[in-house]
Design a protein around this ligand. Sequence first.
Ligand code: HEM
Length: 218
Amino acid sequence: MSVVLPFSQALRERTRGGHSDSEGASFMDDLMTGKGSRDDYVSLVAQHYFIYKALEAAGDSMKDDVDAAAFVTPQLIRLPALEADLQFLIGDDWLERIVPLPTTARYVDRINQVAAQKWSGGFIAHHYTRYLGDLSGGQIIRTLMQRQFGFQTNGVGFYLFDQIAKPKEFKDVYRAQLDAVDWSEEERERVIDEVMVAYRFNTELFVDLATAKATAAA
Ligand code: HEM
C-alpha cells in the first residue's frame, strides 16, 4: 500500500539534505558553537538585508496572485527589523558599509527573476525556505546569539516575530496552506526543486562568508 504524503511533509522530507548542508556549513556551525565572532554575526545580518529586501519586494509585486498572496502577511515582514539591527550593530552609516557577497547577488537575482516571471510556486519556495527557517532554527540561533554576544532585543530583532505569538501554530497553518495550493504533481516537483535551489544559495552564502572572513584576516 502506498501512502501519499501531504505536500508539506513531502517537501520537508525531500529537502532534508539541503537543510542539513545549510545547517552544517562551517561558518554557521562556528557561530552556533561559540567559535564565531560578533563581526561574523554582523556580516550574516548584512547579507540578510539584501535577501529580504528582494524577497519582500517580490511579495509586494505578487500581491495579485491568489496562490502567492495567501502566504504574504505583514506578520512576517523582516526588513524594518533588519534595518534597525544593522543600525544598532554597525551605526548610522550601516547602509554605506555593507555590500552583497557574490552568492547573495545571485540569490537576489534568482528571487527577482521568479517574481518577474510571476511564478508563484517559485516565489513560495523562496518564501518557505527563509521564513519557516527563521521561525524554526532561527529561534535557536537567536537564543545562542543573545547568550554569546549579550544581545537582548537590539541586534536580534530579525528573529523576533512580535506579531506571531505561537510560531508552532503559525507553521502548522503555513503547512496547511502549502497543502491547499492547487498544484499539479509536476508543479510540486518544480517547487521542491526551487526549495533545493534556495537551500544551496544559503549554504553557498556561508561559504562566501567564511572566504570573506579569511580574506579579511590575511
Ligand atoms: C544553525 C542553523 C540551523 C538550525 C539549528 C536549524 C534548525 C531547524 C530545526 C530544529 C527545524 C525544525 C523545526 C520544526 O520542526 O518545527 C528547522 C526547520 C527548518 N529550517 Fe532550519 N536550521 C538552521 C538553519 C537553516 C537555514 C540556513 C535554513 C534556510 C535558509 C533553514 C530552513 C529551515 C526550514 C525551511 C525549516 C522548516 C522545515 C519544514 O518543517 O518544512 N534552516 N530548522
